[in-house]
Write a protein that binds this ligand. Sequence first.
Ligand SMILES: [Zn+2]
Length: 262
Amino acid sequence: MTRTIGALTVDPVFDGTAVIPATRAFAGTTDEQWAPHRRFLDADGNLELSLGGFLVRSGERVVLVDAGVGDGPVGPFVGGRLLESLAAVGVAPADVTDVVFTHLHFDHVGWATRHGEVVFPNATYRCDERDWAHFVGPDPGATRKLEPIADRLEPWSGTGPLLPGIDLLAAAGHTPGSTIVVLSSGTERAMLLGDVVHCPVELLDDEWEGLADVDPDLARRTRIALAKELEGTDVPVAAAHFAGLEFGRLVRAEGRRRWVVD
Ligand SMILES: [Zn+2]
């Protein structure tokens, strides 16, 4: 569903899903811990992670934030639909002016290239320079996937403005260059959280462990700070794996945090 933030439009762009038992997705959690949070699980206790990204359009720019898993499955991460989803909102690969990666894990860069060919031929590719250094070179899979875009890359360095209506908020921990994308236009604001949070449950309770964090302690501090900030605002947020790529808000009522889908 298209959402507007002032003069910006935002569309979720599905690539696929990953269906994983919740107690395995969040290693060390128990059925008892999940009992109050069944609304985030399916009838069999699985967490269904959406895969894909968000298309942000403003004037001349057509910006894809995260690029899914790519063509074909990687374990339980079954992608393949991103280009169809873009076509469904009227966007061809050549129309994309910028591809912004919240971080460089495989399930966010899948459609950066295909068989070594750049998928978005007119796009400038953008990510935090710390993630590029962490993954490209040291990680063979990421290197294979991302090397072909090296000459189209404009890396950023931490918090700051990126494009009209799009600002970056450094949120290290999940990866060294993990970044929150802040959208703003006029008086309206929204945030794309990348993988700082995989499921809204992580915002409800500070004790929750993250998922696949490169630096779990830092990731947890980042998440706790984010939850504190969000509960005092009315800013809608979405993350790369929230069910249905839906936006929601973190509200505090009667001493407890609640997640309210927009
Ligand atoms: Zn991810």
